[in-house]
Design a protein around this ligand. Structure first.
Ligand SMILES: Nc1ncnc2c1ncn2[C@@H]1O[C@H](COP(=O)(O)OP(=O)(O)O)[C@@H](O)[C@H]1O
Ligand SMILES: [Mg+2]
Length: 309
């Protein structure tokens, strides 16, 4: 097992006299098998960063246990640290007066990577993250996306078996975000385990083997993105290139047209069948059923909770 979390609780104290208690994690359990790309999804304040911090040994759980490759994150913190790479999103934690190459050499030294090997490893990461050309420019001259890629390179310097990514693509431009998805695929192909928190449901849907929805420090569901869509019982879509009208058919909730494509929202699979047959009968080809997107499922599950239902 890559990550095994059992009933982990974490509270923070806040307020002027530290007398106010905030429950960040409320008995959370989670299994991430080795070599899985696992998404951690949930609204702001759900407890995602707190969990990442506990797994990366920088924060202690208040209760419960967590293991990384069978190593307890509290009792074996040093051993755990050798297995993991952490990338917290944003621009913090970089020295602006260093270059990318210097930054990575510095981190290689912290990870006690011998000089001879560090040079090759740094060159490889600079190349891989698209930083080679600007490798000797100061970090302060980098775009936000470049700083994020440098964060990623830094997280990979120790050749980690588990990579913890906390909102790694927030603020990345679409091209960088696309390249990032490719990189996740490569890291997975190398046998690494990846836990990634993100707000981008399309990203989660495309890179994650499974996702865990968390809210208020608890797990709502752990599933494949597709499984979650099916489990949600949410409406699905039928798409077709046609000008035929389907309004009024049973089970049709709504329709929209864009670029010659008709999108029909239906209540369930049976309703999708009716619409598909109707269109096929009228000679329409290129008809397809589309399951709800992870984004719809997320809004449904988290949104519903948010309203106290
Ligand atoms: N250092 C802290 N002191 C007090 N409360 C905190 C601290 N860090 C996080 N929290 C609170 O814990 C909860 C979970 O936060 P966090 O783990 O950052 O959630 P997420 O990453 O999902 O947005 C929130 O209510 C947040 O306000
Ligand atoms: Mg967070």
């Amino acid at each position: 097992m890559g990550v095994r979390v059992r009933e982990v609780g974490r509270t923070y104290r806040k307020g002027r006299r530290k007398n106010e208690e905030v429950v960040a994690l409320d008995g959370l359990s989670l299994d991430v098998p080795s070599n899985e790309v696992h998404g951690l999804l949930g609204p702001n304040g759900a407890g995602k960063t707190t969990l990442c911090k506990i797994l990366s040994t920088v924060l202690l759980p208040t209760s419960g246990t967590a293991e990384v490759f069978g190593l307890d994150v509290v009792a074996r913190a040093d051993d755990v640290r050798r297995q993991i790479g952490i990338v917290f999103g944003g621009e913090r934690g970089l020295y602006w007066k260093l270059t990318a190459r210097q930054t990575l050499r510095y981190w290689a030294a912290l990870y006690k990577i011998p000089d001879a090997r560090a040079k090759g490893r740094v060159d490889e990461l600079l190349e891989r993250l698209g930083l080679a050309e600007k490798a000797d420019d100061l970090v302060e001259t980098y775009s936000r996306g470049m700083k994020q890629r440098l964060h990623l390179a830094r997280g990979l310097i120790g050749d980690p078996r588990l990579i913890l990514l906390d909102e790694p693509t927030t603020g990345m431009d679409p091209v960088a975000a696309h390249d990032f998805r490719g990189l996740i695929g490569e890291l997975r192909a190398e046998g690494r385990t990846i836990l990634i928190t993100t707000h981008d449901m399309d990203e989660a849907e495309s890179v994650c083997d499974r996702v865990t929805l968390i809210d208020k420090g608890r797990v709502l569901a752990t599933e494949t993105p597709r499984g979650l869509a099916e489990m949600s019982g949410l409406q699905q879509w039928v798409e077709a290139e046609t000008s035929v009208d389907v309004d009024g058919l049973p089970g049709v909730v709504g329709t929209e047209r864009r670029d010659g494509v008709l999108r029909v929202r239906v209540v369930d699979a049976a309703a999708a069948r009716v619409v598909i047959d109707f269109l096929l009968d009228r000679g329409v080809r290129s008809v397809r059923a589309v399951p709800p997107r992870l984004e719809d499922v997320y809004l449904d599950l988290v949104g519903r909770r948010g309203m106290g239902v």
